[in-house]
Ligand binder design. Structure first.
Ligand SMILES: NC(=O)c1ccc[n+]([C@@H]2O[C@H](COP(=O)([O-])OP(=O)(O)OC[C@H]3O[C@@H](n4cnc5c(N)ncnc54)[C@H](O)[C@@H]3O)[C@@H](O)[C@H]2O)c1
Length: 337
């Protein structure tokens, strides 16, 4: 491995563009050299914008690009498994966006390929690197609020981001709730069961057994603590991200980040800026920190903080929530894996 790692990126969509910009400019010891997307024009324009030397249409050609040291996968979940297997076979360390895959069977195959090849796999659970949430996590873990009794995580996406895009059944849980499930376990230990209810509310017709745009997932931890995750893709007030933990000795809260914290009061009431609107803005520092951590763990040959075990566990939790929603009953995590 050379001093500066040469990166290939697969998938130049919303998440891929964030990683491309960071790799090109903000990550020490990394250089973005090649980009692939099934849409060749997207690959071309992303490569042009971020100074990569090559663009490929599809995901096959990229791995043969000369001198690659690492791969970032930011394609839709159902192609992650095949791409992980191919990159592992090529002997390259892999950063893969969450979720690991859409099914546990495909995830297990991908993990087997990673283990066989002996390459590093790093999963993009970026909340683990968010300085704002890390302050709260550190306080809870240091026992500053005593023993956690309840945790509440809120993650609402603005309607423009996902509103009209059809998604496979259960996608809300695999794409969004997965972050909160993962963070909930960091806060309060292993989950025993989840119970999700929601519906396709945007159309106004109430619950439909498909991919809900809005859901609440109730949590039961092995410790006996309880929790709830609120998710929606129709948040008219922006990208709303909050955590609240009640403990035996107090409470910890991480609220929304705003572009401007001024509160102006006039005859009509109090006014201030809403939450940062785009996920790339709210979690900007976490995307940089997670990619820097990936680069550092390759260069220093240390294990990833969120590697194969965390990738699989978070998928299991999300699949349990999706199953609970589908079957309208609480699901024990051990039923899934
Ligand atoms: N960590 C986060 O906060 C975060 C935020 C957004 C998305 N994501 C994750 O990133 C991944 C991508 O999501 P997105 O929102 O960027 O989706 P997107 O649809 O915006 O982008 C996906 C890109 O992959 C391309 N693509 C599809 N199939 C391909 C293939 N076989 N080979 C090459 N390219 C292919 C598409 O053309 C598209 O450009 C998902 O796993 C998603 O869950 C994570």
């Amino acid at each position: 491995v050379t001093d500066t790692l040469r990166f290939g990126l697969i998938g130049a969509g919303a998440a891929g563009s964030v990683h491309a910009a960071n790799l090109a400019r903000r990550i020490e010891g990394a250089r973005l050299v090649a980009i692939a997307d099934i849409d060749g024009q997207k690959a071309e324009s992303c490569a042009g914008e971020h100074g990569a030397e090559a663009a490929y249409a599809g995901d096959a050609g990229l791995l043969a690009h000369p001198g690659l040291d690492a791969i970032v996968i930011a394609t839709p979940p159902e192609v992650h498994g095949g791409e992980i297997e191919a990159a592992a076979t090529a002997g390259l360390p892999i950063f893969c966006e969450k979720p690991l895959e859409r099914t546990l069977a495909r995830a297990n195959d991908a993990l087997a390929a990673v283990e066989k090849a002996g390459v590093k796999l790093f999963i993009g659970l970026n909340r683990r690197y968010d300085p704002h949430y890390l302050h709260l996590l550190e306080a809870v873990r240091a026992g500053k609020i005593g023993r956690p009794l309840t945790v509440r995580l809120v993650a609402l996406d603005p309607v423009e981001v996902f509103g009209s895009t059809p998604r496979p059944p259960g996608d809300l849980f695999l794409s969004t709730t997965i972050h909160e499930l993962d963070f909930a376990e960091l806060l309060a230990g292993p989950l025993e069961s989840v119970y999700a209810a929601g519906g396709v509310m945007a159309g106004g017709d109430g619950p439909v057994i498909d991919d809900p745009d809005t859901a609440i997932t109730l949590l039961r931890f092995e410790s006996g603590a309880t929790g709830a995750i609120d998710n929606s893709r129709i948040s008219a007030h922006g990208y709303d991200q909050r955590i609240e933990v009640l403990g035996t000795g107090g409470m910890a809260e991480a609220g929304n980040l705003r572009a401007d914290d001024t509160v102006r009061t006039d005859g009509e009431g109090e006014h201030r800026a809403g939450p940062l609107y785009f996920f790339g803005d709210r979690y900007r520092r976490s995307y940089i920190a997670e990619m820097q951590a990936f680069v550092d763990c390759i260069r220093q040959d240390t294990p990833p903080q969120a590697g194969p075990a965390e990738a699989r566990r978070s998928l299991v939790l999300a699949l349990a929530a999706a199953q609970s929603y589908r079957e309208e009953r609480p699901v024990r995590i051990s039923e899934v894996g």
